[in-house]
Design a protein around this ligand. Structure first.
Ligand code: GLU
Length: 276
């Protein structure tokens, strides 16, 4: 049993992270290994001070890890190799759309990043010639998963979630997601799948907001020849308005709560009970 806690060093931990870290610790139990991995590929949002602050808060809460933490920003080469494998299988395509074009295409979607809506597939329809000429003119591009080709190559898949049981993979759930962003040449989806396999993670414990992504991750695991992990998508800690906590809610950051002299027991009790 190997599980992991994978925060992004883009802010201080909040109560939602405390719950997730405690669930990971519980999943690892006495005999399992609990790994810490910093998901820091997005250099535009990562700040140096958060790495140590996160470790310090976790130690203070009594959550300790068996090995030295991994940093995804040291692992771009591995992510590139995985992308090359997908290119060879012809299950990805370059996308030249700008943010502005994507926003026009989806006027109703909030600007939460490239994956917030289903991509209509404009660049998938480009002829080989058009594609080549855009690449030659050095127009920046990202790489998208071709969900229909990926589905054909991978075949029908399932995954197992501890709460929901066996689920069928829905390859089209998130559309043709971005697998390599223009600016960082990789993505959350690639990095997480490559690292979970490389670290031998057998049980992935994380929030249920990532359930949709798991459909993509299973597909990528199959295409890349990785083992299938087990999943536990746990509940989310919500604020008083029923919204999921975000790093901008500074009032519920562990740092703020500690400054108010809350003890670790008091903070932990704010997120209890843990799921069975
Ligand atoms: N970095 C993600 C988060 O902080 C977790 C991703 C994962 O566990 O796969 O929500």
């Amino acid at each position: 049993m190997v599980t992991r806690f994978a925060p992004s060093p883009t802010g201080y931990l909040h109560l939602g992270h405390v719950y997730s870290a405690l669930m990971c610790q519980k999943a690892a139990g006495e005999k399992g290994r609990l790994l810490l991995r910093f998901e820091d590929i997005d250099h535009t949002r990562v700040r140096d001070q958060y790495y140590d602050a996160i470790i310090e808060d976790l130690e203070w809460l009594g959550v300790t890890f068996t090995e030295k933490p991994w940093r995804q920003k040291d692992r771009y080469e591995e992510y590139q190799l995985a992308l090359e494998k997908l290119k060879k299988q012809d299950v990805v395509y370059p996308c030249f759309c700008t943010r502005k074009e994507l926003a026009l295409e989806n006027p109703l979607s909030a600007p939460h990043g490239d994956d917030a809506f289903l991509y209509a597939g404009k660049c998938k329809a480009l002829s080989d010639q058009k594609r080549e000429s855009k690449i030659e003119s050095e127009i920046p591009y990202s790489w998208r998963l071709d969900a229909s080709k990926a589905n054909l190559v991978a075949g029908a898949l399932t995954f197992h979630d501890a709460i929901r049981g066996q689920l069928d993979v829905q390859p089209f759930l998130l559309g043709d997601v971005i697998l390599a962003r223009k600016d960082i040449q990789t993505s959350y989806h690639i990095a997480v799948v490559v690292d979970d396999a490389a670290q031998g993670v057998s049980h992935i414990t994380r929030g249920e907001d990532l359930l949709g992504s798991t459909h993509i991750h299973r597909l990528l695991q199959k295409l890349l020849g990785y083992k299938e992990p087990q999943y536990f998508h746990h509940r989310l800690i919500l604020d008083k308005d029923g919204k999921r906590l975000a790093k901008r809610d500074a009032s519920l950051s562990i740092k703020t709560l500690r400054e108010q002299d809350k003890t670790s027991e008091e903070i932990i009790s704010m997120v209890l009970p843990l799921e069975p």
